[in-house]
Design a protein around this ligand. Structure first.
Ligand code: ATP
Length: 202
């Protein structure tokens, strides 16, 4: 199993990049999706959240009341830690299950928190989608119709760009048009296919 972990800040182009690699036949495992699956009704992580935080974080229809939970952990680092102690292992297990089910030559693990969590340990290679901050703000505000200040606040809470760059094996600078992004990904795709093939023959 050869896993490429793809990450990047808000609006950097993770989805644009993973959609393109998916179109080349690569299976994409989405950590955001996994984080939603593990708190669906009937999942053990949801039961553990209810046991710790109480019934007030469960909505009338049995689903997680995200807003109530957010209010409980916002400004309370100990409660946030308790929540992450429940969710992070469950997300990692769900990601691992999906990675193991993948049949493509290599598999892409897309996660905005790849480097901030232990998820990077599941990847053999770290690919960063990097963009100048001004482009990040411009693209996110036009996609989500949110004020620039809101995007800047999210960016300030994320791992600094330099730190991400230092930890990545490969960096795609997504500051041009989509064909510029795709051309860079074509080169990396060929390299990852070769790495996966070599690993299989080891
Ligand atoms: P988030 O972390 O917020 O989910 P993301 O990293 O997945 O974001 P995308 O949604 O792929 O980022 O890109 C942000 C926006 O910028 C989207 O509207 C996307 O279509 C656009 N975009 C991405 N790359 C390019 C590009 N090279 N040229 C023009 N637009 C782009």
């Amino acid at each position: 199993m050869f896993v490429v972990g793809l990450t990047g800040g808000i609006g950097s182009g993770k989805t644009a990049a993973s959609d393109y690699l998916a179109s080349l036949g690569i299976t994409v495992v989405d950590a955001d999706l996994a984080s939603r699956v593990i708190v669906e009704p009937g999942q053990p992580a949801l039961a553990a959240i209810e046991a710790h935080f109480g019934a007030e974080v469960i909505a009338a229809d049995g689903t997680l009341d995200r807003r109530a939970l957010r209010e409980r952990v916002f400004a309370d680092p100990a409660e946030r830690k308790a929540l992450e102690g429940i969710t992070h292992p469950a997300i990692a297990a769900e990601i691992m299950r999906q990675l193991q089910a993948s049949r493509s030559p290599y598999t892409l693990l897309v996660s905005p928190l790849l480097l901030e969590t232990s998820q990077h340990r599941m990847a053999q290679r770290i690919l960063l989608i990097d963009v100048p901050e001004a482009v990040q703000v411009a693209r996110t505000t036009s996609r989500d119709e949110v004020p620039a200040a809101q995007v800047e606040a999210i960016m300030a809470a994320q791992m600094p760009r330099d730190e991400k760059r230092a930890r990545a094996d490969d960096i795609v600078v997504n500051d041009g048009d989509l064909s510029h992004l795709h051309a860079q990904l074509d080169t990396l795709h060929a390299r990852y296919l070769e790495m996966a093939r070599t690993q299989r023959n080891d």
